[in-house]
Design a protein around this ligand. Structure first.
Ligand code: ADP
Ligand code: MG
Length: 678
């Protein structure tokens, strides 16, 4: 069996299953083998009945004390029994397995493992699996894979398919030179792939993961280096400082923070230096990066050139367009918007304005990158929310002009060492200061039973003329439920809030046009509450919004929560962030309390790293943009460094030859160099 064979060739995958696998974007054997578990079920030894904990998957060994009782309801057949050990008694129930009545015998000892639940205050085992001692102890200590699924496909099916593919695929040959593996103590490829799916224990899992993470990072860095080498030539546009910039500063309704001032001076110095600027601005949410971008663009325009400002989403691009127009329009700067949401005619017209130089500044999404967009004289390219873009996109934009200056802005604070690896030779400006009039956001971490109080609080805030965001819980992997969730939640809210309060909703599956309309209604204060998925995470600026409530907060990463929270506290009013956790867990609460205790993005990033560094690799957080399938820039800092070292040793064509046969990784390569889209 080969990598490129259809998954139909895998034993046990029929026509139906094939179609379901396609939904997961698994078409060939290689895709299946790189469909890594999202988590593992660690098969632990049985515990005394007294130690059963609600919500966990646990095993007990007990003697059957009651005769199995069968209850027939109109929908279900329910079998109920009681098991006992020296420490207590536990009830077990099975649905629609009436045959158990005959198979279970009173007085016999059983090993059972299942989800621990609670009914009428009593701990119960729901639908537990029964094991023979032999079977059970064979599994103890093992980590069983839990795969991302789609409806109609069970974890058992996927597990079997992966297992069959592993044993039959004869293409899992090593491609990485032995010297590299030796230098970094990396597992062999075949073993790594096998062990990431079916690790015997944690140690094996970590070894396998380390190898596969290395592959991702090595290829990524080699690609990064290749692109840079290609662009390391160039004489630059010299942009001189002009008095108009002081006038612009004076026109602002506020004075710049020290960090804004320093950062802009660094930028202006770069742009006047005669070599191409390549700078990353890292600023916490709300530190005021947009104004710095506006000044830099104006600097280019004052020197008779053009500037481009690229945002990762339509919504954000539209917003930047509006605020730049407000700020720079009075100075006679001509600004245009170019996004995928425009009509073909509007796009054509826009391109003409760009080519003729009638637009001084273009704000847009990656639509700006299209090949037939030509600039008259592009001198500065800014990408906002840099972490959302692929390297290729940034590069493509800088290929547009004649070696334009490049400024990247990011609100994701990463440790300096990692910034150096990720952004290589870029210079770094850090904006670690918020405007002086900001009151720190007040945070609270609460359970779902707090909702009624939260809604009352929102009503009060809306009464004061403020607005509210609610981030909807995320459910499962498929997009439909995300949409449904927002819709259902919105309906419920409308019922709760009734008349007078306008509730709107926003989610990723909406058409760009619709998204813009909803967003613009909210910006203009026409709606009071915006129920949204994480699409509002990046950049959105509505200073009048003072409350954000995040449902199922435990499912987000800390950095992402910090970004979301950054949507409030952007004006001079006191703002509030309500983090609602859906499921009790000590670890989850501890994480959320870090967020509640600090409003400093850099601090949060450090804490996040510390916490994760302590070794919980398994709490897989759902995150919007996955640059890597396995690698995590925080927890894999050491592998990053190792991969960086190797990437400096080899040429890009050598590295890509190593990986040429690895379908998944070559696809990732495209991804690295292309879009990280929302
Ligand atoms: P971010 O860094 O998150 O992109 P923005 O540039 O969107 O932040 O700025 C957030 C808000 O702060 C905007 O409404 C902006 O007008 C305002 N702002 C920016 N700089 C200052 C300042 N120096 N003083 C007061 N408000 C400011
Ligand atoms: Mg911003």
């Amino acid at each position: 069996m080969k990598y490129n064979d259809s998954i139909r060739t895998v034993k046990g995958v029929g026509e139906k299953a094939e179609q379901r696998f396609h939904k997961l974007n698994i078409w060939e054997v290689g895709d299946l083998l790189q469909h890594y578990p999202r988590d593992y079920d660690e098969f632990r030894d049985a515990v005394p009945i007294r130690e059963l904990r609600e919500g966990e998957l646990m095993a007990v060994e007990g003697v059957l004390r009651t005769k199995p009782a069968l209850k027939n309801t109109s929908r279900m057949k329910i079998v109920t029994v009681f098991f006992e050990d020296a420490t207590g008694i536990v009830q077990a129930t099975w649905f629609n397995m009436p045959f158990l009545v005959r198979q279970l015998h009173m007085g016999t000892r059983y090993l059972l493992r299942g989800k621990v639940g609670r009914i009428n205050g009593k701990i119960v085992m729901e639908q537990p699996k029964l094991y023979s001692r032999n079977e059970f102890y064979k599994n103890v200590g093992k980590m069983l894979p839990i795969y991302p699924l789609t409806s109609g496909l069970t974890n058992t099916q996927v597990t079997k398919a992966v297992s069959n593919a592993l044993s039959e695929c004869d293409e899992l040959t090593e491609f990485l030179p032995a010297e590299i593996r030796k230098r970094h103590g990396l597992a062999g490829y075949r073993k790594a792939v096998r062990d990431i799916h079916f690790p015997a224990d944690r140690v094996q899992f970590l070894k396998a993961r380390r190898r596969l993470v290395f592959d991702e990072l090595f290829l990524y860095q080699a690609a990064l280096k290749a692109i840079r080498l290609r662009n390391n030539h160039a004489s630059a546009h010299v942009m001189e400082y002009r008095n108009e910039l002081d006038e612009f500063r004076d026109s602002l309704p506020f004075s710049l923070t020290g960090a804004q001032d320093r950062t802009f001076r660094e930028i202006a110095a770069d742009m006047a230096s005669g070599t191409v600027m390549n700078r990353l601005v890292q600023g916490d949410v709300g530190s005021g990066k947009t104004v710095v971008a506006a000044m830099s663009l104006y600097l280019a325009v004052c020197n008779g050139s053009q500037g481009a400002f690229m945002a990762p989403t339509e919504v954000l691009a539209a917003q930047h367009y509006e605020s730049l127009t407000k700020m720079l329009g009075p100075f006679g700067v001509r600004i245009g918007l170019l996004t995928g949401a425009l009509t073909p005619k509007q796009k054509r017209e826009g391109k003409r304005m760009i080519a003729s130089g009638e637009w001084d500044i273009v704000v847009g999404t990656h639509a700006i990158l299209q090949d037939n967009v030509e600039f008259r004289d592009l001198a500065l390219v800014i990408t906002d929310e840099q972490h959302r873009f692929g390297v290729r996109q940034r590069e493509k934009l800088s290929e547009k002009g004649d070696n334009p200056h490049v400024l990247a802005m990011s609100a994701t604070p990463i440790p300096r060492t990692l910034a150096l690896v990720l952004y290589g030779d870029m210079d770094l400006s850090v904006m670690d200061e918020l405007p002086a009039d900001r009151l720190p956001v007040k945070n609270c971490v609460v359970g779902t039973n707090y909702r009624p109080a939260a809604y009352r609080f929102m009503k009060e805030q809306i009464g004061f003329g403020h607005q509210v965001y609610i981030i909807c819980p995320m459910v499962e992997e498929n997009g439909e439920s995300e949409m449904e969730n927002v819709a259902i939640y919105t309906e419920r809210l409308r019922e709760i809030f009734k008349d007078g309060i306008v509730v709107d909703s926003l989610h990723g599956k909406m058409k760009p046009q619709e998204k813009n309309e909803v967003m613009s209604r909210f910006c203009r204060g026409k709606s009071d509450i915006l129920v949204s998925t994480t699409v509002i995470e990046v950049g959105i600026d509505v200073p009048n919004a003072t409350v954000i409530m995040i449902e199922n907060a435990e499912r987000f990463g800390l950095a992402q929560l910090h970004q979301l929270r950054g949507r409030v506290g952007r004006g001079d009013a006191q703002s509030y962030c309500i983090l609602v956790y859906g499921r009790e867990s000590e670890e989850g609460k501890e994480r959320l309390s870090i967020l509640a205790d600090s409003n400093d993005g850099f601090e949060i990033a450090r804490e996040d790293l510390k916490l994760r560094g302590q070794g919980d690799f398994f709490g897989v957080m759902q995150s919007g943009d996955k640059l890597f399938r396995l690698a995590d820039i925080y927890e894999d800092a050491d592998i990053f460094t190792a991969a960086h070292e190797e990437a400096c040793r080899y040429r890009f064509d050598e590295v890509s030859r190593f990986y040429a046969k690895n379908k998944g990784l070559m696809e990732r390569l495209d991804h690295y160099m292309g879009t990280v889209s929302l």
